[in-house]
Design a protein around this ligand. Structure first.
Ligand code: PHE
Ligand code: ZN
Length: 849
C-alpha cells in the first residue's frame, strides 16, 4: 500500500487568524506519562479578519475539560485540533489536557531527555502541548507556572516566584507559540552576568546535567562576546533580566532560540579542550551567537508565516557569519562558508529537492529548514549589502528594527526597508527569493586597444515546478591583475541585470588576468574557459584570498576530473602551484591548510555529472587518494619541517591562530602518514592532550591499519562521554575503506552504545556512512539497503530526523543505471512502509521526482 498524499499548504492562501490574544496563562503539573497542562487564553476578535471561525491546533492531546468564559463546553475535536462556537466579543478560553512526555520520541512538544523535561516548539510543536493557534503571526505574552519535583524549573522571560516544587515565569514580550520553552531537571548552572550598554544587569546561566559543569566556560564566553557584538555592530541590546541556555542530549537540530531560554543540542554548547575539536569550538561559538542574535532577528521581529522562514534564518545566519569573521579570520571564514554552501546548498539546488529560498507551498514545514533557506538566504543578504553599500545596509537595518519591532513580518517588509532607505527598486532582486536553482554565469573576454571587455551570460537550469527563469540581479566583484602579478584594477562590483551583459575596463597597457567573483560575491556557478597556468598564476598572485584559494581548488578539480575522464596522471602544474603555497610561511597557516585540502568526493561527482559523465564513486575515491599521495611525495622534504614549525608550546587555546596552526599540522600529518607507515600519527595520538590532535591522529591511523589499537584505547578512554563517543562512531563509518564501510556500520549498529533513538548517535553512525561516498554507493546496493532499513525503523520514532537524513539519496540520478535502480527500489520500499510519517513521505516523494 502507498501512503496517501498529504495536504499541501500554500503561501498564496495566507489569512490572518480571526482572533487576537491579550495574554496566556499556562500551568504545568509535571509527570512523565501524565503531565497536566492547564491554559487560560484571553481572545478578542481580530479587526483585520472577517472570519469568526475558532479553530485551535492540538495533536496527541487528551482533552480533560474546556471552558469559555467559565462555562464548560464540548468542542468538536479531531486529530488536528479543536473547533468551538465563540462569542463575537472578547472571551476567555480555558482548557486542561494531559500529555505523555516520556513516550514522546519525536522530540517535538514536551519530551524527556536523560531524565529531564524539555520542549521543542518550532515549527509546530506547541500544538502537542496544548490547544492553541499554533502559527507565528499570533503573538502573546505568557505567564507560566511549573509544578515539579526537579531542582531547576525554567520557562521564558523573567522569574516571578520560585518555591518548593514550583516556579513562576513571566515573559513580557509578546511572542508566537513556537518560541515557548519549558525545562525541568536536576541540573547544575554555570552562572555569569552581563551588563548591557545602557547599564542593565543580566543574569546568565548555562544549565547542564551534573558532570558536564566543566564544559560550559567556552560557551559562556562566546555568549558574552555575542551580546557585546550585537550592541556594537547592530545596536541591539538584550531585553530581559535573565538569559538561560540549557544543554540537552536528545535534540533533532543544533539549537533553538526560545525567548530567554535557548535550548541547545549538547554537542553545540559543551566543550573542553580534551573533548572538543577546534572545529567544534568554532561551531559552538557560531551557534551560540546565532541563537542569541535571534532575539532580535526572529523573536522581537518574527515571521508572519512559515513561508517567511528565511526572514529570520537567512538574516541570522548572515549575522552569525559576520560575527565569526570579526572574531576570527574573515578570509578563512568566507572560504569555509562557501565550501559548505556548495556542498549542501548547491547540491540541493541542483537536484530534486530544489526550492526557492521562500517556498510557495509545503506539506511539512520541518522539511524546509534547509541549506537553501538558511545559507542561500544568508547569501542573498550578503548580495544586498554589497549592492547598497555598508552605510545603507546599516540604515536599512535600523529602519527594519524600528518599523517592525513586535511584529510578524514578511520578505516584502524586509525588502521595503531597503527600498525606502535607498530609493532603489528591488523587484528584480526579489527573484532571488522566488526562483530556485543556481545560476550559471558564463564568462567571455576580449581585449583591444587597451580596453578589456568582460561579457557575462546568466542562465538558471529548470527546477521542480519552475521551468522558466528570469534574469536576476547579480553583483559580480571583479579585480584585474597585470601579467607581472600586480593588481591594475582594484575590486569593483559589476551589477549584472540582463541575461547577457558586457563591462568595459579601459586604459590598460596589457591584457589583464581577471579575478572574477571575488569573495564569492554571488551564489552562482562561474563557467569560464581558462588554463591551469592562469589558475596557478591567480593562486600565486591574487590579492583576494577567496579567489586565491578558489584558483587552487579549480586547479585540483581540473586535475582530478581529467584523471577520471582522460586517464591523465597528476600533473606538475598542480603539484608545483600547491607546493608554493604550502611552503609560503608568510601565509596564514589556516589558509595554507585550506589550500592543501582536496575537494570532496561529492563535489567531484557533481562536477563530472554536470560535464556529462557518469561518476564512479570508487574511482573517485582512488583518484583522491592518488592525488593525496602525490602531494605527499612531492612535498616529502618539507613536511617534517612544517609539522615541527606548527608545534605550539603551552596550554591549549581554541583561538583562531593556534587552531589554524593545528589545522595545517593535521593536514601535513595526513600526508606524512602516507609515507611513514603512521609513525608520526602514532606518536601524536600517544602525546595528544586535546581532542583536535587526538582525532587527527586517529583519522590517519584508520586509513593505514584501521587503527585497531588506537580505536580500542580511545573507546576505553571516552566510553563515558557521549559526545566524544559520537566522534568514535562517526570516524569509523566515515573513513572506512569503501569495501568495509557497510560492514563496519552494520557492526557498529550492534554495539551496546548504539542508541538509535538519540539523533546525535544515529547521525554520527549512519551519517558517517552516507558521507563516505564510495562506501555508501557500494555496487551491490548493501549501503542503500542498510540505510533504508534504519530510516524505516527511525521513522516510527522520529519523523523529523528520518526525513532530514533521507536527503542522502537526493543525488541518485547522477549515478549509473544499476545504482539508480537499486536506490529507486529502496526509496520505493521506504515509501510503501505502512504509517510512514508525513515528513518522510514528502521528502521521499520529492526525491523520486
Ligand atoms: N530555529 C532554529 C535555529 O536555526 C533551528 C530549529 C528549527 C531548531 C526547528 C529546532 C527545530 O536556530
Ligand atoms: Zn536560526
Amino acid at each position: 500500500m502507498t501512503n496517501e498524499a498529504p495536504q499541501k499548504i500554500y503561501l498564496a492562501e495566507y489569512k490572518p487568524f480571526p482572533f487576537l490574544i491579550d495574554g496566556v496563562e499556562l500551568n504545568f503539573d509535571l509527570a512523565p506519562r501524565a503531565t497536566r497542562v492547564k491554559s487560560k487564553i484571553n481572545f478578542r476578535p481580530n479587526p483585520d479578519s472577517d472570519s469568526r471561525e475558532f479553530f485551535l491546533h492540538g495533536e496527541n492531546l487528551k482533552l480533560i475539560s474546556a471552558k469559555i468564559d467559565g462555562k464548560e463546553i464540548s468542542p468538536e475535536v479531531t486529530d488536528l485540533g479543536l473547533t468551538a462556537d465563540v462569542p463575537n466579543a472578547p472571551f476567555v478560553f480555558e482548557a486542561e489536557v494531559e500529555i505523555s512526555p516520556e513516550t514522546n520520541t519525536a522530540l517535538e512538544g514536551l519530551y524527556m531527555s536523560g531524565g529531564m523535561y524539555c520542549t521543542q516548539c518550532e515549527a509546530e510543536g506547541f500544538r502537542k502541548i496544548t490547544y492553541y493557534p499554533d502559527r507565528p503571526d499570533v503573538m502573546a505574552t505568557f505567564k507560566v507556572r511549573i509544578q515539579g519535583s526537579e531542582s531547576v524549573l525554567l520557562s521564558n522571560g523573567n522569574p516571578v516566584e520560585q518555591g518548593e516544587g514550583f516556579a513562576e515565569w513571566h515573559d513580557p514580550w509578546p511572542k508566537p507559540a513556537y518560541l515557548f520553552a519549558l525545562v525541568a531537571g536536576n541540573l547544575v548552572a554555570h552562572p555569569d552576568s552581563f551588563t548591557t550598554k545602557s547599564g542593565k544587569e543580566v543574569e546568565l546561566n548555562i544549565y547542564v546535567r551534573p558532570g558536564d559543569e566543566g564544559k560550559c566556560a567556552f560557551g559562556m564566553e562566546a555568549l558574552k562576546r555575542s551580546m557585546t557584538w550585537d550592541e556594537e555592530v547592530y545596536g541591539r541590546e538584550y531585553d530581559l533580566d535573565i538569559f538561560n541556555i540549557v544543554a540537552v542530549d536528545d535534540f533533532n537540530m543544533g539549537a533553538m532560540e526560545n525567548k530567554g531560554l535557548n535550548i541547545f543540542n549538547s554537542s553545540c554548547v559543551l566543550a573542553s579542550p580534551e573533548t572538543a575539536t577546534d572545529a567544534n569550538f568554532e561551531r559552538i561559538e557560531g551557534i551560540i551567537a546565532h541563537e542569541y542574535f535571534h532575539n532580535w532577528t526572529g523573536n522581537r521581529i518574527t515571521c508572519r508565516d512559515w513561508f517567511q522562514l528565511c526572514l529570520k534564518e537567512g538574516l541570522t545566519v548572515f549575522r552569525d557569519q559576520q560575527f565569526t569573521s570579526d572574531m576570527r579570520s574573515r578570509a578563512v571564514k568566507r572560504i569555509d562558508d562557501v565550501i559548505t554552501l556548495r556542498a549542501r546548498q548547491f547540491r540541493e539546488d541542483n537536484g530534486p529537492l530544489a526550492h526557492p529560498v521562500r517556498p510557495e507551498s509545503f506539506v511539512e514545514i520541518n522539511n524546509f529548514y534547509t541549506a537553501t533557506v538558511y545559507d542561500k538566504g544568508a547569501e542573498i543578504i550578503g548580495m544586498l549589502k554589497r549592492l547598497v553599500g555598508d552605510e545603507n545596509y546599516k540604515r536599512a537595518l535600523s529602519l527594519y528594527f524600528e518599523r517592525h519591532d513586535g511584529e510578524a513580518a514578511t520578505i516584502e517588509d524586509w525588502l521595503k526597508v531597503f527600498e525606502d532607505t535607498t530609493g532603489r527598486d528591488l523587484s528584480q532582486f526579489a527573484l532571488w527569493y522566488s526562483q530556485a536553482g543556481t545560476p550559471r554565469l558564463k564568462v567571455s573576454e576580449a581585449f583591444e586597444d587597451g580596453t578589456y571587455i568582460l561579457t557575462f551570460k546568466q542562465e538558471t537550469p529548470p527546477t521542480p515546478g519552475q521551468s522558466e527563469k528570469d534574469p536576476r540581479v547579480i553583483p559580480i566583484a571583479v579585480g584585474l591583475l597585470n601579467p607581472n602579478g600586480d593588481e591594475v584594477r582594484e575590486t569593483c562590483v559589476l551589477e549584472m541585470t540582463e541575461e547577457e551583459q558586457s563591462f568595459r575596463f579601459s586604459g590598460l597597457a596589457a591584457k589583464p588576468i581577471p579575478s572574477i567573483l571575488r569573495e564569492f560575491s554571488a551564489p552562482v556557478i562561474l563557467e569560464r574557459e581558462t588554463t591551469n597556468a592562469e589558475r596557478a598564476f591567480l593562486l600565486a598572485h591574487d590579492t583576494d584570498p577567496f579567489n586565491k584559494w578558489e584558483a587552487g581548488r579549480a586547479l585540483a578539480k581540473d586535475t582530478i576530473t581529467r584523471m577520471l575522464t582522460e586517464d591523465r596522471t597528476v600533473g606538475s602544474d598542480l603539484l608545483d602551484a600547491i607546493s608554493k603555497v604550502r611552503r609560503d610561511d608568510s601565509l596564514d597557516p589556516a589558509f595554507r591548510a585550506l589550500v592543501l585540502a582536496l575537494p570532496s568526493a561529492d563535489d567531484i561527482a557533481q562536477t563530472l555529472f554536470d560535464a556529462g559523465h557518469t561518476p564512479d564513486p570508487s574511482r573517485i575515491h582512488t583518484a583522491l587518494e592518488t592525488v593525496a599521495l602525490s602531494y605527499a611525495t612531492h612535498l616529502q622534504d618539507v613536511l617534517p619541517k612544517i609539522y615541527a614549525d606548527m608545534h605550539i608550546d603551552g596550554p591549549y587555546s581554541p583561538d583562531a591562530e593556534p587552531a589554524g596552526k593545528r589545522a595545517l599540522q593535521g593536514a601535513v600529518l595526513s600526508l606524512l602518514s602516507r609515507l611513514d607507515g603512521g609513525n608520526q600519527a602514532r606518536a601524536q595520538f600517544a602525546a595528544a592532550d586535546n581532542m583536535t590532535q587526538q582525532l587527527q591522529a586517529l583519522a590517519c591511523l584508520l586509513r593505514i591499519d584501521r587503527g585497531r589499537e588506537q580505536l580500542a584505547a580511545f573507546e576505553e578512554q571516552w566510553k563515558d562521554d557521549r559526545l566524544v563517543m559520537d566522534k568514535w562512531f562517526n570516524l569509523q563509518t566515515a573513513l572506512a575503506a569503501p569495501e568495509a564501510a557497510v560492514q563496519t556500520t552494520e557492526a557498529l549498529t550492534k554495539h551496546a552504545a548504539f542508541d538509535w533513538k538519540n539523533p546525535n548517535r544515529f547521525r554520527a553512525t549512519l551519517g558517517g556512512l552516507t558521507g563516505n561516498m564510495a562506501g555508501f554507493h557500494s555496487p551491490d546496493g548493501s549501503g542503500y539497503r542498510l540505510v533504508a532499513d534504519w530510516l524505516i525503523k527511525l521513522d516510527a520514532a522520529n519523523p523529523q530526523t528520518t526525513a532530514r537524513m533521507s536527503t542522502c539519496f537526493d543525488s541518485w540520478r547522477r549515478y549509473d543505471a544499476d545504482r539508480q535502480a537499486l536506490i529507486k527500489a529502496e526509496l520505493t520500499r521506504i515509501l510503501e512502509t505502512p504509517k510512514l510519517s508525513r515528513d518522510t513521505t514528502e521528502m521521499v516523494t520529492r526525491i523520486l521526482g
